[in-house]
Design a binder for this molecule. Structure first.
Ligand SMILES: [Zn+2]
Length: 448
């Protein structure tokens, strides 16, 4: 936590991101070894605010490295939200990978230069950057080179599995629970799920289990649009039919997507790559339905709100296009990150001021709860408005408060739960575990 930023906040807003372009002037593509080297250079230039860790290895044994930015790297501070960017999940969609390397260098340089906006962001947020989720696929695609416009070469991992069709399908269960008043968050994984996913997917799911992420984006290419959940249609069996599949948080997801598209130099204009998307955003299923994608999984299995960013018509743009792309995306990447600080956040304590982990925070009118992390802290993204919020956990009496959220900083709202008297019936019926087999859907190989 770092206070006192507000004095120069406006100045930072107006001039903060116009400083460093030196590193951006001649951006090259990075093979795996070059990517690793670039991350370690950033780490050595900003050692006190960065950490590099691996979340696992690809099928061919390459580490999936994450660069973390924080004022206390390696430590979750209560009430400080965790954010992630994931790039290059499809090995042949490479712009996100390069943008995340640029972003890493930019955060480090601007921090060192005293940019108030970036300094504040790093002090108040724990930022995790995974430039490539599919390093094996990238090497296959890179062999073809930027001139080759192959749509599929290097898309999958080295076993040619599409990682954005490889997450456990929790949508079917969610859509069933919606109708039966069942559980609305943290849905159970299928039995034996570890053996049903690729190594890269396994690593990312374990990563999600170990960090209480609040907000995320998954960077792709092949179109230019900010795509938000759900990706999977509520009736995927109707071939060729696209239907909007809203989450209970549809309004906030639209706002998150708009934040990116309007801060991007041209995404919001709508016409890109021969497609038109109003305001540069789209619901996933209303574009085309896909199953087992990563963004739906984030929402249904964790506290994290993830959107999918399609960033370039050309999946593997020539190096000469990278500087323009970086400048077109830079403000959007920072603005989206700042969204993690909206809504409400706080602690849930027991009578003795001990934090309670895994307590549920529900907002009246939004059928999607979030939970507290192991430190007892929670983060609930919300649009400005007045909300009735309830904290509950088994063995305690629930506590309800009304809160008004403004357009700026997250409002702090703490809860103190009293132990329930022994005869209170607090059985929560919606925790039953049930496996539903997923419906068969046509394989769709669009950009996502
Ligand atoms: Zn993709």
């Amino acid at each position: 936590m770092w206070l006192g930023w507000n004095i120069v906040w406006l100045g930072a807003l107006l001039m903060g991101l116009n400083g460093t372009v030196a590193w951006a002037s001649d951006i090259q593509h990075h093979h795996y070894e070059e990517l690793v080297r670039a991350l370690f250079v950033v780490q050595s230039e900003c050692p006190y605010i960065t950490r590099i860790y691996s979340i696992g290895r690809s099928v061919e044994g390459r580490h999936l490295y994450v660069l973390e930015f924080s004022d206390n790297p390696g430590i979750h501070e209560a009430m400080e939200p965790e954010f992630k960017y994931v790039g290059n999940m499809h090995g042949n969609e490479v712009l996100g990978r390069e943008l995340l390397i640029q972003l890493s260098q930019f955060l480090c340089e601007e921090y060192r230069a005293g940019n108030q906006r970036i300094t504040r962001l790093i002090h108040d947020t724990r930022i995790h950057i995974l430039p490539t989720m599919n390093p094996d696929g990238y090497e296959v695609a890179a062999k073809q080179g930027p001139e080759f416009n192959g749509y599929l070469v290097g898309r999958g991992n080295s076993r040619e599995v599409d990682l954005n069709r490889n997450f456990p399908d929790l949508n079917a269960l969610m859509y069933y629970y919606e109708k039966t008043n069942g559980r609305n968050h943290h849905l159970p994984l299928p039995d034996n799920w570890e053996h049903q996913v690729e190594l890269e997917t396994l690593a990312v799911i374990k990563w999600m289990q170990n960090y209480n992420f609040v907000l995320s984006a998954n960077l792709h290419g092949g179109a230019v649009v900010a795509n938000y959940p759900f990706d999977k249609s509520r009736d995927p069996r109707i071939r060729g039919k696209t239907t909007y599949s809203a989450t209970p948080d549809d309004k906030i997801f639209k706002k998150l997507a708009r934040t990116y598209s309007y801060a991007h130099s041209w995404m919001h204009k709508g016409w890109n790559c021969g497609d038109f998307f109003d305001e540069g955003i789209t619901n996933g299923a209303s574009w085309y339905s896909l199953s087992k994608g990563m963004q739906d999984f984030n929402y249904l299995y964790t506290n994290c709100f993830e959107i999918t960013l399609e960033l370039s018509c050309d999946k593997f743009p020539p190096a000469s296009a990278l500087s323009r792309e970086w400048l077109g995306n830079r403000e959007a990447l920072i603005s989206f990150l700042e969204q993690v600080h909206h809504g409400i956040k706080g602690m849930v304590y027991d009578n003795n001021n001990n934090p309670i982990g895994n307590a549920e925070i529900s907002v009246a009118g939004i059928n999607h709860d979030v939970t507290t992390g192991v430190d007892g802290d929670y983060f609930r993204l919300l649009l400005p408005g007045t909300y009735t919020v309830t904290a509950s956990t088994s063995g305690y009496l629930p506590s309800t408060s009304t809160v008004t959220v403004g357009p700026a900083e997250a409002i702090q709202l703490h809860f103190y739960l009293k132990v329930a008297p022994k005869d209170t019936n607090l059985t929560q019926s919606h925790h039953s575990k049930k496996n539903l087999s997923s419906a068969k859907v046509p394989l769709n190989l669009g950009p996502r």
